[in-house]
Design a protein around this ligand. Structure first.
Ligand SMILES: Cc1cc2nc3c(=O)[nH]c(=O)nc-3n(C[C@H](O)[C@H](O)[C@H](O)COP(=O)(O)O)c2cc1C
Length: 266
């Protein structure tokens, strides 16, 4: 770990703990900005219900999200803990109070108009892009009303990597692709530490593309591994990646089928 970057475990953990949002002092009291910047993926929830009207407001933020030509290419499967157990035979991951499976959906819009003539990659990309924005709107709205959340693509067999399983469980028609599960609830315990975020210079450039600076990605990887080790002493970042990779082939096949089934040659 950290061989290339020369960063050891302790140094990496220190760097993570020092991570803070970088904003000018004049904006520190801006409440909307504060909501966006303090949002963290939360994986420990209290046994406390989310009132129906509060949860409805979160879903409303999803409904009102922006989308390509206002096509609203998403569907949201909404679950209480009871319905989740009935459907999937287990609890909502991390003891969450509500869950939403977010899907890219171009089936519905096709009932009204022919928006995507034989262009499956564009169609799928548009669906994913817009559904992700709806998810993020719900995520931020939740944070604004004191509800925490996490988006899951792997944990609990209910994300992108379980597309085939979800298609069957939820009775999804063609062109409805499950992307992720959002778990909502009131946080239990302290706010999670901000995980290693790449520096601004590594992700932005003016005009032409710019490679990240020397050692930036090695430093980030060292921090990812150290952060994982610190929070999961019995596992490792690599082991977690292996779990993810173990499901990739099946997911790839299921998604290809969903995306390209309209084209004879695929
Ligand atoms: C599309 C997507 C899928 C994710 N899937 C998982 C997952 O399967 N399991 C998990 O624990 N976290 C998952 N996460 C949460 C990320 O690990 C988290 O966003 C990332 O580490 C950054 O942390 P932050 O959200 O606190 O900034 C996912 C996030 C996104 C956006």
């Amino acid at each position: 770990m950290g061989v290339k970057s020369g960063l050891g475990f302790v140094q990496s953990v220190r760097r993570i703990l020092r991570g803070r949002p970088q904003i000018p002092a004049s904006l520190e009291d801006n409440p909307a900005l504060a909501v966006v910047l303090r949002r963290r993926s939360v994986r420990r929830f209290a046994r406390e219900e989310i009132p129906d009207d509060v949860f409805a407001a979160i879903l409303e933020a999803g409904r009102l999200a922006p989308s390509t030509v206002n096509l609203q290419t998403w569907s949201l499967a909404v679950f209480t803990p009871e319905l989740w157990r009935e459907t999937f035979g287990r609890s909502i991951p991390f003891g969450g109070a509500r869950a939403v499976v977010v899907m890219g959906d171009t089936h519905r819009v096709r009932l009204a108009l022919e928006a995507f003539p034989q262009s499956p990659m564009v169609e799928y990309t548009v669906a994913v892009m817009n559904a992700s924005l709806a998810a993020m709107n719900m995520n931020i709205a939740a944070e604004a009303v004191g509800v925490s959340s996490v988006m899951l693509s792997e944990t609990g067999r209910t994300g992108l990597l379980d597309a085939g399983y979800l298609k069957e469980k939820l009775g999804l028609p063609e062109r409805v692709a499950p992307l992720l599960t959002m778990v909502f609830g009131y946080r239990r315990g302290p706010a999670p530490v901000m995980p290693p975020k790449l520096p601004m210079e590594a992700i932005t450039f003016e005009g032409r593309y710019r490679e990240p600076g020397e050692g930036v990605m090695e430093r980030w990887l060292a921090e990812m591994k150290a952060g994982y080790k610190a929070s999961h002493p019995l596992s490792s970042f690599e082991a977690q990646l292996e779990v993810y990779r173990g499901k990739i082939d099946e997911a790839e096949a299921a998604l290809r089928q969903m995306v390209f089934s309209s084209l004879e040659e695929m």
